[in-house]
Ligand binder design. Sequence first.
Ligand code: SF4
Length: 480
Amino acid sequence: MANEFIGRNELAAQEEIKLSDIDVLLINPAPPRVDRVAEHLGIASLKAFLLSRGIETETLDMSIEQVSVSETVDQILAAQPRIVGVSMLDDTKDSGFSVIRQLSTRGFGGKIVLGGYFPTFASKDILRDFPDVDFVVRGEGEITLFELVEFELGKDGAKPIEQIEGLSYRHDGQIVENPSRPLIADLDILPPVDRKYAPQVLSAGQYLSVFATRGCWGSCSFCDIVGLYGISKGKRWRRRSVERLVDELEDLAHRFNTRHFIFNDDQFLVKGNSAYRLVDEFASELERRNLKIEFELMCRADTVNRKVMQRLKDIGLKRVFLGLESFDEKQLQRMNKRISVRQNLKAVITLYKLKIDVIASVILADAYTKLWDLLLQFTILYILRKRYFNSEHSKISVNKKLEVYRGSPVYQEYKRKGILTKDHYLTGCDYKLKFWTNLRLKMLSLEEGAARFLFRPKMNSTRVGDEFQLNMTPLKQKQA
Ligand code: SF4
C-alpha cells in the first residue's frame, strides 16, 4: 500500500501551476464541517475545459488546502486573476460570501462570478443583494463560463454578453437573465477533469472521484438535481463513451498508482432493457485492457438486479450508495420516487446476497408523515439493520426530516400549499412536522444523545452509526 504513494509529491510539484499570470481562479469554499477529503469535480472540470481552450486557469480548494477566508483572499490578491469564480452549495455559501466580502473590502479589482447549485436557484436574489458579485452562471457551467471569460478578456470572436446562454448579470441597474443553456449533449467534448488535488486525496486514504454520467433520469420531488437539469433543454441523463471513461481510469491508475475509484454520478445506472448492455460494455472494456479496479457508485433501488450487480461485482464493485429514502409506501409516492417498499427491500436483499456493501439513506418524515407511519419505518429499519446491515462497511444513514431545497419540486409544492414556515434563499426553508411525529423524533434525538453519553468510552466512530439500533429496543420490547 505504501508504494502507491511513492512519487505523488513529485507529480504534484510537476502539475502545480504558479498562482501568477492567471486569467481565472476558481474557488471551492469550505463547508462548516469537512467529513472527508474529496476532489470538487465541478471546478476541476471547469479548469480542464478552460485550459483546453487556452485560458490560464487555476483552482483553490479551501477544504483540501485547509486555508481560512483571509488566507484565501491573500492568495487571490497575490495572484490578481482577471476573474474569480466561486462554486457554491448550500453548506459552502457562507464561507464563499465571506471570501467575496473580504475581496471587496481589500480592493480586489477583478470580476466575480458564482456558479453551482445554490447560485443557480438564487441568481436574482444574489445579484440584488450582493453588489460585488458581477455574474451568476446557471446550470452546467463549462461553456457559459468559457464564453463569459472570452467576453471579459476581449478575445476576438467573443460573443456579446446578451448572447451568452445560462448567464445572469446586471445591466443599467436591472438584473438580466439570459435564456438557459441547453445541456451538453455529448459529454466527450469535455476533457478529463483536472487532478491538482489527487495527491492530497490519496494521501488521506480516500479514493479518486470519477464521473461516468451527468444528471439523473429520476424525478424525485425532494431532489434539486431535478431542478438543476430541468431548467435546461436536452437529455437530463447523459453518459460518457466507454472508451473515454476507461481511458481516464487507465490514465489515473498509471499516473497516481491507484486502482480505487468512486463514481460521483448522481445516477450511474439505468433500468430496463439497456441496463445490462451498458454495464457489460463498460465491464468488457476494462477486461479487454486488463485494467483491475475497485469502485463504489450511487444508484436507485429499481436499478439493482442480480445480473447487473453480479457483472459489476466481477469487475470490482465494492460498495453501493443506495437512495432508498423511505419504507413508507405513501411517503415514497409523495416523493415521486416511483419505487415501492417491496423494490427497496428486494434491492437490499439482492446486494446482501451478492456480498456487496451498502450505504443506504432513509428519510424518516415529511410534512405529512403520521406517527404510525414513523413507527412502522422504525420497525422495518430495526429488522433490516439486524439482518442485512450487520457488516462493518454497510449501514443505513437516517435523516430525520426531509430537507426542502429551493431547486426541488417539493419546494414548489410546499410553497404553493402554504406549508413553509421559513423560506429564504440564504437561511433555507423549513416547515412543521405533524405534532406526534415531531415529538417522537425529538425523543429520538434525546435517545441518541443519551446513547452517545452512556456509551462514549466504549463507542468508536463506526459504532456511532449503530445508535439508532439502540433506539429501536424499546419499540421491540413493546411489540413483544
Ligand atoms: S434523488 Fe437520486 S434518483 Fe431521485 S432524482 Fe435525485 S439523483 Fe435522481
